[in-house]
Design a protein around this ligand. Sequence first.
Ligand SMILES: *Cc1c(COP(=O)(O)O)cnc(C)c1O
Length: 359
Amino acid sequence: MRIFNFSPGPAMLPEPVLREAAAEMLDWHGTGMGVMEMSHRGKEFVSIADKAEADLRALLAIGDDYEVLFLQGGAIGENAIVPMNLFGGHTVADYIHTGEWSKKSIKEAGKYGRVNVAASSEADGFTRIPERSTWRLTPGAAYVHICGNETIGGVEYHWTPDVGGVPLVADMSSHILSRPLPVGKYGVIYAGAQKNIGPAGLTIVIARKDLLDRALPITPSAFHWKEQAAADSMLNTPPTYAIYVAGLVFEWLLAQGGLPAIEQKNIAKAKLLYDCLDGTRFFTSPVRREDRSRMNVPFKLPDPALDEPFLKGAKERGMVQLKGHRSVGGMRASIYNAMPIEGVRALVEWMKEFERKHG
Ligand SMILES: *Cc1c(COP(=O)(O)O)cnc(C)c1O
């Protein structure tokens, strides 16, 4: 029996993907071996990795002037790997501070160079994206870093900041592949896989090729984008099984009509939940309307004492992992690509029932 899992990550995967992976577990395409058992340099796995990259490029319309890297280390690893790869010949990087994940990025980058927090929504409790006109950017900065979707606070950029000639770097761990993306406006995009791509252990980096000459000499080879690009992401053994499952997810997305189609589904799911929140005073959403995340929806009950009964009743109805992050409290529903609209409907029904009982 499958349940509706609202986990922020690792999160639900599409059921057809899990079924296909299960069916191929012992014998991939008549080879007599499973993907986990294959040499990463053998022709079978190379074909899997090549197809995954080609499908990801098709989904996001990634140009030839970008490298696509399949690495390890997660987005927290990239918090260090980004500055190591981009600080060469530069002294300052600008960061936009919008919540818990950008805070971590800022702290880590400070180990490798000077960080300027060019804008912050901390004074507003991280409930919004600071207007572009308020950003105090450094001329000639190494890059400008944003967190595209703050997974904990539920705050998302629904626009792409114009930062002039300075490369824009984005942590898109929790909303990549949720909608079409103007990749060409970014210098570097990175994402851990376990929210919207596939299993934990895979990290995707999409980097403009002309930015690969800036690595600091201390950069470890396994995290050196140019060296990894030259080795087709196989300078070390890549996370082979995670790449394979991510590839199945890419096929699943393409079969549904790609990112424009999944975006429509995500809009419908988010609308259902936010309409419910807006239609009552019992539940409240802290985030400014225009910056609300389509992927992570935090909300509060009128009294924290109601949190446990709400979670318990949700679990009895087949819905789990709705507890909000400890830094925010309340609830959080993560509704990534793989969450079917039926899951959101079930949640909204339970919210209405709970309100009738306790409101
Ligand atoms: C989950 C998440 C991370 C952390 O990813 P790890 O794989 O644990 O390193 C970083 N940034 C964002 C936006 C996230 O959602």
